[in-house]
Ligand binder design. Structure first.
Ligand code: C5P
Length: 216
């Protein structure tokens, strides 16, 4: 089975408080995008990595990674993923990953791809540690059955293409919800705090601290 990795990096990064989109900003000595690109490229089960960038980010990409395959994304994450999926030929499986999650543990990729033997989709999840409050009703939400969902998310390529093409709901925040809506089963595997997303300015330092602790 041939496996592609699709890294979506076409966001504007407007919440990060930085001049460049956050995926091009340095993190632990390298541009954020270089971390996940390197980890996915080096994974023995990944045959091809394709990056989705915003229009006008071509030079920033080349400055970081040189001449690597890329496609131009769209106005929403969903459109950016769809543009990437359309450009994948001769592949059976795809790992869809947010550039905003720089550190990809190889073991998570192993778990995801193993789960695809049984289901058309697989996602990394972690339990929720905080108490959760519904701000509208001021009611506490039972956290025990809840999971927080990370990327990479792994799919059989034909299944996720169909899910994207048939989605009619509001703008989704991940791809697995579209597969589920199209009737596809999504397996849950154990995620990793290393995969937590870098969104706000303080997240840069937190991500560097996670890497530092893990590499000791
Ligand atoms: O904005 P958010 O952090 O949810 O974006 C998640 C990922 O999707 C980021 O890696 C971002 O670069 C990417 N994205 C994209 N195209 C968009 C919006 C977001 O590739 N139009």
């Amino acid at each position: 089975l041939r496996t592609a990795a699709l890294i979506v990096a076409a966001g504007s990064g407007s919440r990060s408080g930085r001049a460049l989109p956050k995926q091009f900003e340095p993190l632990a000595g390298r541009p954020m995008l270089a971390h996940s690109y390197g980890a996915l490229s080096r994974h023995p089960a990944v045959d091809r990595v394709l990056v989705v960038i915003g229009a006008g980010q071509e030079r920033a990409l080349a400055a970081i990674l040189g001449e690597v395959p890329f496609v131009i994304g769209g106005a929403t994450r969903r459109q950016s993923v769809a543009n990437g999926l359309a450009a994948l030929a001769d592949m059976d499986r795809v790992l869809i990953h947010d550039a905003a999650r720089p550190f990809v543990p190889p073991a998570v990729v192993d778990r995801l791809l193993a789960a695809l033997d049984e289901a058309p989709g697989a996602i990394p999840v972690l339990p929720v540690a905080d108490t959760l409050l519904h701000a509208g009703t001021a009611g506490t939400v039972a956290r025990e059955p809840l999971r927080r969902v990370q990327t990479p998310q792994a799919f059989r390529l034909d299944a996720i293409r169909t899910a994207h093409a048939t989605w009619t709901g509001p703008e989704p925040t991940d791809d697995a919800q579209m597969l589920r809506a199209s009737g596809g089963e999504v397996a849950l595997v154990e995620g990793d705090t290393m995969l937590d997303k870098v969104t706000y300015p303080a997240d840069f330092a937190a991500a560097e601290a996670r890497l530092d602790i893990r590499s000791r």
